[in-house]
Ligand binder design. Structure first.
Ligand SMILES: Nc1ncnc2c1ncn2[C@@H]1O[C@H](COP(=O)(O)OP(=O)(O)OP(=O)(O)O)[C@@H](O)[C@H]1O
Length: 260
């Protein structure tokens, strides 16, 4: 008989707090994300969503809290160590290497997981060449997966906005993350691009990947996420499945109450 395995907890964040001077940006935030979920983090402007992202990915140091990725404690002390531990992220404002090609951008992401690292790649050590070919092939696969293989040789800054977002996601996927953390991926997208993004996220989930999503587009979040945490003034005010969160009076008040 095959044992029934309970799904693994990919991200387990407990009691995270962060203060900026006199401003308590996060207060005792807990987030538990299971393998294969799309998990949404929403809240009005200034609620602390980006701060939470920055804390779990090592850009800001938390004042307190515990951090576990796939069952192992990790210390979000520096972004490159967090990437190595297995969290890949994208940014609210796209951060690509604009003068590099789409393919090169993804290859850079892949180097997080290789033996030679960027140094070997840049200086073309003999030992690096074979690995380089594998990295290139994998990067091409990922460009194809996100739907922009035809633009592999185009410089990133010459891609359309929607395709730049896809490229960022491909670059993040290139690190083989345990968790893909997307900071407002639909920001600035038109309706067609949003539809395309939605399809892409469903496709990534179908591959068994786990996604943490910050998003302002509540409709997109409600339709896509398995579970959601709502922050307001840095505090979690609701957690649960979209249908319940949507009906929660505290959530309705936070969004419509005019306090923001
Ligand atoms: N580096 C910082 N220094 C001081 N205050 C900060 C810093 N970063 C964020 N804040 C403050 O912390 C609070 C939470 O900001 P944060 O950007 O995390 O919110 P958010 O939910 O991501 O908002 P938005 O939806 O507008 O992006 C805000 O009051 C913001 O002004």
């Amino acid at each position: 008989m095959t044992p029934i395995l309970s799904p693994q907890i990919i991200l387990n964040i407990a009691n995270v707090s962060k203060r900026f001077g006199g401003l308590q940006a996060l207060t005792d935030v807990n987030v538990k994300i299971m393998q294969g979920q799309i998990y949404g983090l929403i809240g009005p402007n200034g609620a602390g969503k980006t701060t939470f992202f920055n804390v779990i990915t090592g850009l800001y140091q938390a004042d307190s809290g515990s951090f576990e990725l796939a069952g192992k404690a990790y210390s979000p002390s520096a972004p490159h160590l967090v990437a190595k531990a297995g969290i890949a992220r994208t940014f609210q404002n796209i951060r690509l290497f604009g003068e590099m090609t789409a393919l090169e951008n993804v290859m850079v992401g892949r180097h997080v997981r290789t033996h030679q690292g960027l140094f070997g790649a840049v200086f073309h050590h003999k030992a690096a060449r074979q690995e380089e070919a594998a990295i290139r092939a994998r990067a091409m696969e990922l460009l194809d997966f996100v739907g922009i293989a035809q633009f592999a040789g185009r410089t990133a800054r010459h891609l359309s906005y929607g395709d730049q977002r896809r490229l960022e996601i491909a670059r993040a996927l290139a690190t083989d993350p345990q968790l893909l953390a997307l900071d407002e991926p639909a920001a600035g997208m038109n309706a067609t691009e949003k539809l395309g993004l939605r399809e892409l996220l469903v496709k990534i989930k179908a591959e068994g990947k786990t996604i943490l999503l910050i998003e302002h587009d509540v409709k997109l979040v409600m339709g896509l996420c398995d579970r959601i945490t709502v922050l307001d003034y840095g505090k979690p005010i609701a957690e649960g499945v979209p249908a319940d969160v949507q009906k929660n009076p505290a959530v309705i008040e936070a969004y419509l109450g005019g306090s923001h």
